[in-house]
Design a protein around this ligand. Structure first.
Ligand SMILES: Nc1ncnc2c1ncn2[C@@H]1O[C@H](COP(=O)(O)OP(=O)(O)OP(=O)(O)O)[C@@H](O)[C@H]1O
Ligand SMILES: [Mg+2]
Length: 340
């Protein structure tokens, strides 16, 4: 497969099958619909990239996506979760036009993607895909050449190409790698080079398939910072991940895939609270939410307390319990001062 540059750029029931890709839902949620919301609860923008009833089967007959309708909204920080083989990578390849659905459509900015050269060029200029496996993405001899390839293909001037490459290199902190042969890099280094190659294209939507897999914790933290910076600059970002703590802390919106279908969709702190959803996708509930649920069950926190996304938010909830409330003196919490 060509590189992205070379490609030119109680039990909860399963949700009913839906034609409407937009309205997020949680299985079993009363109204069935939760509004998509940004970090501060503001509604997200219109769908920028969507699948509409997409079914995709590989040549050997494996059906990887089944009648799947999902929408990535402008300005989203979306995390796609799901067990191995649930269809995440197939979805990403479909969103980037590398795979063409057997049924259904992919829409970019509301218009169906055209699978001729011009249509695919436009799609790949606007939607940058970071492949799960960096070896699929990297192909040029040196790191600098690899990152330059996309901008050169866009027909930019030499000066502009250089500026784009320098910027992407700085953003991914790979200054010390630029003259090295790509095939000699470590996995995590290749991963960062692959991300730099996509950044250099300056796409409005970035879809990254397990971008933090194989990165050390420091590199993961920096990548999240980078994704947040890109988000603050107006980019729409969609990642897949098996790291639920990351999804909980970082994403505004989460979708869970299960056998090529959408099993749940909504804010991560709501989706990941549902043990049925989490177990069904062969995931493990983030410890922050597990602890939160235990504190609610123990009566330490109120039933309607807002679910936390980080340990710091959980601590803030505990600290902020109303004085005089029946739980405020719960000894198991009050006694904890960090040194016990
Ligand atoms: N080239 C292929 N030919 C046949 N079947 C494939 C091919 N690629 C993927 N599949 C199958 O399609 C289904 C979805 O695979 P996909 O790679 O999209 O899952 P995933 O959610 O990305 O998994 P992972 O978490 O392991 O990356 C799986 O059943 C997989 O075996
Ligand atoms: Mg995958």
């Amino acid at each position: 497969m060509p590189g992205v540059h070379g490609g030119h750029h109680g039990p909860v029931p399963m949700p009913p099958r839906r034609d409407d890709a937009d309205a997020p839902f949680l299985p079993g949620a009363a109204a069935g619909v939760l509004p998509p919301a940004g970090e501060h609860g503001e509604p997200l923008g219109e769908p920028v990239l969507q699948t509409e009833r997409v079914t995709f089967a590989y040549q050997d007959g494996t059906v990887a996506l089944r009648d799947l309708s999902v929408a990535i909204r402008r300005g989203a920080r979306l995390a796609i979760l799901g067990a191995n083989g649930s269809g995440k990578s197939t979805l990403f390849l479909t969103l980037n036009g590398i795979l063409k659905p057997a049924q259904g459509r992919v829409l970019l900015g509301g218009a169906p993607v055209r699978y001729d050269r011009a249509g695919l060029n436009d799609l790949r200029r606007r939607v940058g895909l970071v492949f799960q496996d960096p070896d699929t993405q990297l192909f040029a001899a040196s790191v600098r050449q690899d990152i330059s390839f996309g901008p050169i293909n866009l027909g930019l001037s030499d000066a502009e190409v250089r500026a784009r490459v320098e910027c992407a290199v700085a953003d991914t902190q790979i200054e010390d790698l630029t003259d090295r042969p790509t095939h000699l890099l470590s996995y995590g280094q290749k991963k960062r080079v692959a991300i730099a190659g996509v950044l250099a294209m300056d796409p409005e939507v970035i879809i990254a398939d397990e971008p933090t897999a194989g990165l050390d914790p420091e590199a993961t933290a920096r990548l999240l910072e980078l994704l947040n910076r890109l988000h603050a600059m107006g980019r729409t970002i969609c990642i897949s991940t098996h790291d639920l703590e990351l999804a909980l802390a970082w994403a505004d919106h989460t979708m869970v895939l299960r056998r090529g279908e959408l099993a749940a969709s909504g804010p991560p702190q709501d989706v990941l609270r549902m043990p049925e959803v989490v177990r069904g996708a062969r995931l493990v509930q983030p410890i922050v939410l597990d602890t939160f649920a235990r504190l609610v069950a123990a009566g330490v926190l109120a039933e309607d307390a807002p679910p936390p996304r980080t340990a710091a938010e959980l601590v803030a909830l505990i600290v902020a319990r109303e004085p005089g409330s029946r739980n405020s003196g719960a000894p198991e919490v009050a006694a904890y001062n960090g040194s016990a």
